[in-house]
Design a protein around this ligand. Sequence first.
Ligand code: COA
Length: 330
Amino acid sequence: MTGKIIGTGSCMPVRVVSNQELSEHMDTSDAWIRERTGIRNRHIISGEETTTSLAAEAAGNAISMAGIDPEDLDLILLATSSSNTHVPAASCCVQQLIGAKHAACFDISAACSGFVFALITAQAYIRAGMAKLAVVIGADAISNLVDWEDRSSCILFGDGAGAVVVQATEEDIPFYGVMHTDSTKAGALLAKSRHQRIQPAMEETYLRMDGKEIFKFALTRVPQVIHEVLEQAGCGVEDVDLFLLHQANGRIIESVVKKLKVPPWKVPVNVDEYANFSAGTIPVLLDQLNRRGKLKRGQRLVLAGFGAGLAWGGSYIEWQMDRITGSEEG
Ligand code: COA
């Protein structure tokens, strides 16, 4: 048994916050942010929007594309580190919102590597015969974690959610995945929990980041993990059609492109519009490519996530959906 992706979906918050808007509240500028990160806008939750509402909407869009009945789902995995609920898990709230009453639900907390880790976990459950139809979601509202007075970090982040439906099949479809964690560098990207009996100072619960350390880490580990997963798959970088990297920052992506020596058009980017919304970036990019008709059956995709932990992971997928033609939706 292997799992194949049969539907993708996403949901981005309505409110768009531009660099210009940020520069009205803090000492920064559109030029500085664009030059250092490639980011122009980020989408930020407002009104009734939450991590779980975005996650449920993204899952619903993936389910509609897959044409399945939510009651047939037996697993919901939600990768998030910014859930609006502590108990129960955010995935339980999603179950209720999408009516997937037969699914077992749990969250995966692996920050920006979360979606890749969750997809590998879903595949492992399917291969073990423990699940047949899963929805895997990456959703985060990092706007709740950042300190909006810390210009060195808040400009990088946003909110959003993406999802895929994975179905067990007897077909022999290659899937490979690798996951790594090095907690000796955990301090480079850290936010203490607000859910403690002895409350930490509020400022300790904001996301704190050593930008240079994270930059160095990404430039080393991302090319490494891509080579590692490709070695498992028995192919080289030249055999890959598309690399879907976690959208942390345009400069990191450009540097990885150079290190891998692949043409930039094989490494799609949307960080300019959405910034870094952690576990959600890879599935949203996947969904946008899919709905724009950029994916077709048989293409070889490599996904790579990296971030707090420090954690990083990669997966190799052979795409099994037919190319979508016509208008964009969802
Ligand atoms: N606007 C204007 N100036 C800013 C600024 C902002 N938003 N943030 C920092 N600066 C200033 C600093 O205070 C510093 O000023 P100084 O030279 O007078 O001390 C100067 O800009 C350079 O700061 P520095 O931190 O050295 O910049 P940098 O080149 O390392 O870029 C990042 C900062 C955050 C953009 C960069 O380190 C980075 O992209 N790191 C990776 C972060 C990431 O992707 N994290 C998520 C991973 S999942």
